[in-house]
Design a protein around this ligand. Structure first.
Ligand SMILES: C[S@@+](CC[C@H](N)C(=O)[O-])C[C@H]1O[C@@H](n2cnc3c(N)ncnc32)[C@H](O)[C@@H]1O
Length: 392
């Protein structure tokens, strides 16, 4: 029998608005530890839904699995299988999905597989556990993944715990725990990007940005001079060069990532049209202004909180400081793409904040956020963590 448990009034309210999580509180703390599932109930002891129980997760204790009544635990693996099939079928049709081999085949809550992600990087596949309970069920999940995603070869299957469970972000490992580091190339819509698994929690590219890049193609095509801020290994810089840029400047604090970017440029035969600046963005903006540059496109993708080596700043604070210089560096018909990588600020708040900055002369042209293989849905603001706004 699946235990029935009372939920906190706030959880009840949020779940009714479409939020699929029950976070840690005085109610969820009392869910029986050994239960894999619990049925959440409202104040009148009416069932709200079946939750996947995650007793070891520091924040998210329950994730909505089903609102079917009555629900029987025997249904679970059949439902998993149906949801895997569905996740696959919605993606194979997508134009941007076909154009690359860095992809999300499963995107957690949006695919009704809460806390579970499946990423493809060329012929490698990474199962990401945001909900720790999937890690415990992996040996049952694996044959279903191999059956419904026939592209996966067992020897290329990796696992990674991405949950904020206090253990920090860990590097992926091969599913059987074997210690291995692999470097290989991923193809994204005409560009090649070097990826690495087994060394760090990140891979050298962010596959959730691939659909955003695809959507940016019309705007980025033939932009002659492009500035890529917080460039990381340079996916946007490579894309700009591929789409006809004659000059690209990339800025990042990290020598490691800029070295990786240089390798990516060589792989794509773009060396010579590019300049790397290893320094804090604020300093780079001052330098580029002093040198008299103007850019046809500026892309800025700061981490949610960043450090210039001295002081930690939130992305919003960084935009506040940089907004004037960013505008000065734009050519007359240039555009600026500002990203914000946190769910704590809504897209409307983000835009309103930048719009209201003193001296703002820019107008919003369009929004670019998670899409295609990384869908979002109303009521789940944590899932809508990446916001992009194009300013002209
Ligand atoms: C979210 S990643 C950018 C991802 C990239 N736009 C992409 O799509 O591949 C953020 C990058 O910002 C860099 N960074 C963090 N703080 C910085 C700062 N103050 N100045 C310059 N770069 C910074 C980090 O080293 C990291 O490479």
């Amino acid at each position: 029998m699946v235990p029935r448990c009372a939920l906190h009034p706030i959880s009840i309210k949020l779940m009714r608005q479409g939020h699929p999580w029950v976070t840690l509180d005085a109610f969820s703390r009392r869910f029986p530890r050994e239960a894999k599932f619990v049925v959440g109930q409202d104040e009148r002891r009416m069932d709200i839904g079946v939750l996947l129980h995650d007793p070891d997760h520091k924040v998210v204790r329950g994730r909505l699995w089903s609102i079917t009544r009555p629900w029987d635990e025997k249904l679970f693996w059949k439902e998993v299988e149906e949801r895997l099939i569905q996740a696959r079928s919605v993606r194979v049709q997508l134009e941007s999905f076909k154009a690359r081999n860095d992809r999300y085949w499963i995107f957690g809550e949006a695919d009704n597989l809460p806390g579970l992600m499946l990423v493809q990087l060329a012929d490698r596949f990474i199962v990401q556990f945001y909900a720790l309970c999937w890690r415990d069920m992996f040996l049952e999940l694996k044959p279903l993944l191999l059956k419904h995603f026939p592209e996966i070869k067992e020897e290329n299957l990796w696992i990674q715990t991405r949950s904020e469970d206090g253990s920090g972000q860990k590097a992926p490992t091969l599913w059987n725990g074997a210690d291995k580091v692999e470097t290989f190339e991923v193809q994204e819509d005409g560009i090649n990007i070097i990826a690495r698994l087994g060394e760090a929690y990140d891979y050298g590219l962010y596959p959730d940005m691939a659909a955003v890049r695809f959507a940016l193609k019309p705007e980025l095509t033939n932009r002659k001079k492009v500035l890529n801020l917080y460039s990381y290994t340079g996916a946007f810089s490579l894309q700009a060069l591929h789409l006809g840029a004659e000059e690209v400047v990339s800025v990042d604090l990290s020598g490691k990532y800029l070295g990786w970017l240089e390798e990516n440029l060589t792989k794509n035969k773009f060396a010579g049209k590019h300049r790397s600046l290893k320094m804090p963005v604020e300093e780079a903006l001052r330098l580029l202004k002093a040198e008299g540059h103007q850019f046809d496109a500026i892309i800025s993708d700061p981490p949610s909180a960043s450090s210039d080596g001295n002081k930690r700043t939130s992305a919003l604070q960084a935009y506040e400081k940089q907004w004037g210089d960013l505008q000065d560096l734009l050519a007359p018909k240039g555009w600026l793409l500002s990203f914000l990588n946190t769910h704590t600020v809504s897209p409307t708040k983000f835009d309103a904040h930048l719009k209201g900055l003193p001296g703002n002369r820019l107008k919003i042209s369009k929004r670019l956020g998670l899409k295609d293989d990384c869908p979002t849905f109303k009521g789940f603001h944590e899932g809508n963590y990446l916001k992009g706004t194009l300013w002209v």
